[in-house]
Design a protein around this ligand. Structure first.
Ligand code: BTN
Length: 271
């Protein structure tokens, strides 16, 4: 039977003590931490921010209709919080996914050379052209004053056992670092600490997206296809603007894209 590693409990208590989250809970198995967090969000009196993690998800969700595939050893959790309480107006909630990506990249750079860590707008983190982390931000139905940020980070789950298309397009820390791979507890603590740091910078208006994405963007300078529902647009990515929108150079001029799924046309693997 799958159990929760003791070092996860140590990390959760340490995060609570440091007041980085007000309540943290970890399950051996859940359908999806985002789904669970969205259900919790409907309770009036709950301490926030709250962290909900699971050692295994049976129905992990990705963006749109995608499933999130991961095996044991992956880090999968969600943060439930009220961004307005923290000083972030609703109009800027879409930037939370971006700073979450920055926090993940910041953490990964403590283990990997910074040059290999890249951000794929709006919410993926790549290492050497392969996806290592997906972020899913959702406003729970019925509680539009709360936000769920779900993070799936490949840590101790080797992709060697994954379906072949994933082996080519995804990677994990243990595949990259072997024996030097950190524990889930260590990664979790480091990530939440950095997430708080980047969120505070966002609230204080200290994030300059164009500059931060200049060296880290997986898409800049590449031909991309952006899809949002039935709409698709092709163009060359020209980085991010100061609101965190994607700049897409098209024959009709430079478009500012607020949301969508982006595919790099020159990448050999699906993204
Ligand atoms: C994506 O790449 O499309 C986003 C993937 C997000 C996966 C995480 S794992 C923890 C949380 N719970 C879920 O069901 N999904 C997110």
């Amino acid at each position: 039977m799958l159990s929760v590693p003791p070092e996860i409990h140590v990390a959760l208590r340490s995060l609570e003590r440091a007041a980085l989250v007000r309540h943290a809970e970890w399950f051996a198995e859940l359908s999806s931490t985002n789904t669970y967090a969205a259900e919790l969000a409907n309770q009036e009196e709950i301490p926030l921010p709250q962290l909900i993690g699971a050692s295994r998800q049976t129905a992990g969700r990705g963006r749109g209709q995608n499933a999130w595939w991961s095996t044991d050893g992956a880090l999968t959790f969600s943060l439930l919080f009220n961004p307005s309480d923290q000083g972030l107006p609703v109009a800027r909630w879409s930037q939370v996914a971006l700073v979450t990506g920055l926090a993940v990249a910041d953490l990964l750079e403590t283990y990997l050379p910074p040059a290999v860590v890249q951000l794929k707008w709006p919410n993926d983190v790549y290492v050497d052209g392969r996806k290592i982390c997906g972020i899913l931000t959702e406003v729970p139905s019925g509680r539009t004053d709360r936000l769920v940020v779900g993070i799936g980070l490949n840590v101790g789950n080797t992709l060697r056992d994954a379906p072949s298309e994933l082996q080519a397009s995804a990677v994990s820390l243990c595949d990259l670092l072997g024996d030097r791979c950190p524990t889930l507890g260590e990664v979790l603590e480091g990530l939440i600490t950095r997430w708080n740091f980047w969120l505070q910078r966002l609230v204080l208006g200290e994030i300059h997206f164009p500059e931060l994405w200049k060296t880290k963007c997986y898409l800049t300078g590449h031909r991309v296809m952006v899809s949002l529902g039935p709409e698709t647009q092709a163009g060359i990515c020209r980085g991010l603007d100061s609101d965190g929108m994607l700049l897409l150079e098209t024959p009709a001029g430079v478009q500012r894209i607020l949301a969508g799924t982006v595919r790099r046309m020159d990448a050999s693997t699906p993204s």
